[in-house]
Design a protein around this ligand. Sequence first.
Ligand code: C5P
Length: 232
Amino acid sequence: MGKDVIIACDFSSKDEVIDFLGKFKNEKLFLKIGMELFYAEGPEIVRDIKRMGHKIFLDLKLHDIPNTVKKAMAVLSNLDVDMCNVHAAGAGGMMQAALEGLTRPDGTRPLLIAVTQLTSTSEEVMRQELWIDKPIDETVMHYAKNARNAGLDGVVCSPLEAGKVHEVCGEKFLTITPGVRFADGDVGDQKRVTTPEKAKELGSDYIVVGRPITQAEDPVAAYRRCVEEFVE
Ligand code: C5P
């Protein structure tokens, strides 16, 4: 599996995203579309961007009963996305149902990735509100193992966790890692950040980069810098 840079298209309208993509001329990109853009514009935004030849990671983090997730995943698979995700907290049955729903009649399917614990959930919140008494890093690795055992392709995690995830779940199990910043760039609201170069060294398979590219004065140059540091 080749390494790639996924651009987080955290825009709230089609106009903004089309304007942004216009800067890249004919380059084919891997783009993350999240809830904001998907709920604002509906599935048509996915079709539009696919028609432009880009790959899509549809970041909707499904979490419901297995039957509902299976049927929803069948719809997303028909949209021809390349990667989508679920919460590992939905457990093995839900993750397996998601895979079944995603698998097309010809046997192909988008990659399916699990979210372990959201980075916004602290160990204290886990203990006091969710009644999970284990340390957060152990919980993350346990959820990653559950995802691998259900047949999923990988997890979203910090680049700092990528090595450990590979150790626990195997080298082929994918690590999709946000929290990436250039050494000379703004950290913003991200807490534990690494550069694209460091993420590569740590074993990330895909980096997800938003504002360092979307808010850059020259987004195309910023994207190329990510590719140079992470892929080439
Ligand atoms: O702008 P920035 O590079 O921080 O964007 C990172 C992207 O990755 C955002 O879309 C954010 O929601 C997502 N993400 C994250 N941390 C996680 C999971 C997803 O930053 N743990």
